[in-house]
Design a protein around this ligand. Sequence first.
Ligand SMILES: *Cc1c(COP(=O)(O)O)cnc(C)c1O
Length: 391
Amino acid sequence: MNPATPGRHGFSTRAIHDGQSADPLTGAVNVPIYASSTYAQEEIGRHKGYEYSRVSNPTRTALELNLASLEGGSSAHVFASGMAAISALVTMLRSGDHVLCGSNVYGGTPRLFNEIVSRYGIDFSYVDTTNAENVRRALRPNTRLVHIETPTNPLMQISDIRAVAEICREHRNAGDGILDLSVDSTFMSPYFQRPLEQGADIVMHSTTKFLNGHSDGLGGVLVGSTPRHRETFAFVQKCAGGILSPFECFLVLRGVKTLAVRMKQHEANGAAVAEFLAKHPKVRSVFYPGLPSHPQHELARRQMSGFGAVVTFDTGSLEEANRVLRRLRVCTVGESLGGVETLVSHPASMTHAALGAEERARIGIGDGMLRISTGIEDAGDLLADLEQALD
Ligand SMILES: *Cc1c(COP(=O)(O)O)cnc(C)c1O
């Protein structure tokens, strides 16, 4: 139960049990959805640890202990969405601070930083973090946060977490203040990648994706590695209030119990789809870190214990991509990823539309590209669906 000592039990055992014990009143094996905004107090200042659900709620506590354990963090705090978690992350900063962000991160992240947070006197700059030396060159004396994402969407580029963490550590030791490295690890889930073990300070997930896993709820989490993170993120939950509701916490708790088995099946299907596409004559290129042809295959092997479920491929043109999408029968066309059902999206018109054609071309996102988040259906059915759609 102690989130600070992961490794006592295996990953699946912790996913199923940590933060949760049978209900002392009824014996119910699942933590109830505590649908209560407030809590009865015995007398002034005397209560059972809960006062008001913006501050804390028992269903949320169970989930937060569980996720802290899975990432090997000292604490976890859950928010209403992945973007709410990133908003909470930058609430740690103050006017005059600088944030260095990966140039290839989830589109909503720079939108939040540039359109909203920059109004408060916080500076943002962006570098390609697949080369860690770019981070060293771009750090400033007032850099307080380095935020990277690995692997990236949709090209599955990998940043070396250990190398970036080491550069941040040197900079922190040479400077005078706080410098946190946060890693958006959404695409891998804690089953395949645990950034805190590699020197990151904070891990962020959109729990909307693999952690919840069933495309039926939004959420986000920040897992911190020190008591400072615990205090800061708890204070932000209390002050800003963008917390995850008890019902959504229950959904993530339930989803996480099957995370290990789901991720194994997700990955087996991802690998099968990537290999099928790599051999298909109509496919120009395939982006999947598990393929030996991926330029960072070796780094991916070192840093992750699996390659995940997301596969991007290039059909060559917008017309061809649309033709394939219209013919899919088993795969669902839509945004998002990480659900049990296979989802196919068109990055140029969906997740990366706001970038504009020029910027998309610059970072290598073509109009003919499709991104598949392989679900946990039978692989044969997915391959047959893709085959008939491509032919
Ligand atoms: C979806 C996603 C987010 C945003 O999360 P929401 O839950 O949609 O707010 C952030 N980062 C990555 C990598 C994502 O895939």
